[in-house]
Design a protein around this ligand. Structure first.
Ligand code: UDP
Ligand code: GLC
Length: 407
């Protein structure tokens, strides 16, 4: 039995990292359903390289990159239609050998829905997003919900927050199954020598209080809010590591962040580290993790990663954060979008090392129990297995008759 995973992106966003974890872990544990999976990608990039490194079968079909903005609307729509047709054709070829389609991103859901209609194969939509006007165009998210209603057999939601938004925008609650992202806790226990070495390489002095922010550079991820909070604190002993880069065409936001850092006089306190592959090691160098998105976070892997690293995490009291961490026990929740309150929370935790230690230790135990990759993979396997079986008779109907042989 084979599942065909569809993903629009070549970049390493959270949805792609989630899928990588699922597939890499299933090959390691020999989960036959997920280990036999294939991935179809609509654009090339580091995600494809990581799939190749992990020996996961993958195919590049079509290219759903947004067309150049300097072209006329008509030409852009034409390009989009042509690339959509190419992607559908590519997926149709691959779908001949599979029993289940699994769309991991919104554009993959659009292609998946067309292929589902043409083949009758079951389709799972892994919803990594909060489908609302804060994150999508007005018609875009309504269209996705309609597609899910019409074509998806199941919708995996990555948090209750994503589930709630899906249902309140018209999605069917009975279609959804909540499955959190999964992690391997052991990847986040870093030995002290490695941490010390990395601190030295980064030039982090022992008398500094280090805050880490691990998010791609996009305005809604709220790095700018954190810079404002830092400026309010006026404390040169605080050092901020901004880890991440613009992945989905938000190139100028990185530049704006650098300009803001300079304008606020924070140049000596902020390090821009770009996109890194050593997140667990970097987490280990921090005293505090801050996640301050300006819009509700659908899941936010960085919060769980901070917890697994045994660090106190400050996060907003909206979106998925209140599901992931409990205020004062396994993290620190604050009202969203308020740099003054963020500054106060940082000050509070900076002043109390025993509170930080207690939050971090409790968070690590809690996160290891609730967000283990074994559990995530088990849930996904359980959900997909019966759907693959169901699709068998349909596939038989699709199988062409044997070639005519004269008597
Ligand atoms: N990440 C990374 N390198 C970086 C910055 C982030 O590997 O330089 C990872 C981070 O560890 C996390 C993911 O990117 O696993 C971001 O996922 P999240 O769900 O937090 O946010 P998204 O960007 O997908 O909305
Ligand atoms: C998306 C969401 C993020 C989530 C990730 C994995 O990228 O924006 O919140 O953590 O998918 O589910």
């Amino acid at each position: 039995m084979t599942i065909l995973f569809l993903d629009q992106s070549g970049e390493l966003g959270g949805a792609e990292l989630c899928l990588l974890d699922i597939l890499c872990h299933s090959s390691a544990t020999g989960d036959s359903l997920l280990a036999n999976a294939q991935v179809a990608l609509f654009s090339d990039g580091p995600f494809r390289e990581r799939l190749a490194r992990a020996n996961i079968e993958h195919h590049l079909v079509g290219d759903l990159l947004p067309p150049r903005r300097d072209r006329s609307m008509l030409r852009r729509r034409l390009c989009e239609t042509v690339s959509l047709i190419r992607s559908v054709q590519g997926i149709l070829r691959l779908a001949k050998d599979c029993e289940l389609l699994y769309a991991n991103t919104p554009k993959a859901m659009v292609v998946g829905a067309i292929v589902q209609r043409l083949t009758g194969l079951p389709l799972v939509y892994h919803l990594h997003d909060i489908l609302s006007e804060q994150h999508f165009g007005r018609w875009e998210y309504r269209f996705l919900i309609r597609l899910a209603r019409a074509c998806a057999t199941r919708v995996i939601v990555n948090s209750q927050a994503s589930q709630k938004a899906f249902v309140s925008a018209g999605g069917q609650p009975e279609q959804t199954t909540l499955i959190y992202n999964g992690f391997l806790p052991e990847q986040f226990s870093i030995d002290t020598a490695t941490t010390a070495d990395l601190k030295q390489k980064l030039g982090i002095r022992s008398d500094r209080f280090t805050i880490g922010c691990f998010s791609r550079f996009a305005p809604w991820k709220g790095q700018s809010l954190l810079l404002e909070a830092l400026a309010i604190l006026e404390d040169p002993s605080i050092e901020l590591l901004l880890v991440g880069d613009a992945l989905f065409g938000e190139g100028d936001y990185g530049l704006k962040l650098r300009q803001k850092t300079a304008a606020l006089g924070l140049e000596g306190q902020v390090q821009f580290l770009g996109f890194r592959e050593d997140v667990p090691q970097l987490l280990s160098t921090c005293d505090l993790i801050v996640h301050s998105p300006r819009a509700p976070e659908p899941f936010g892997r960085v919060m769980v990663e901070g917890m697994l690293a045994g660090k106190p995490v400050i996060a907003p009291q909206e979106g998925s954060a209140p599901e992931l961490l409990r205020h004062g026990e396994t993290g620190w929740l604050i009202p969203p979008r308020d740099s003054q309150l963020l500054a106060q929370a940082i000050e509070r935790l900076q002043a109390d090392s025993s509170l930080r230690l207690r939050l971090g230790q409790t968070a690590a135990v809690d996160a290891a129990k609730r967000f283990h990759l074994h559990h995530t993979n088990h849930q996904i396997s359980e959900l997909c297995q019966p759907l693959c079986h169901q699709s068998a008779p349909k596939l038989k109907r699709m199988t062409p008759p044997p070639p005519f042989a004269p008597p």
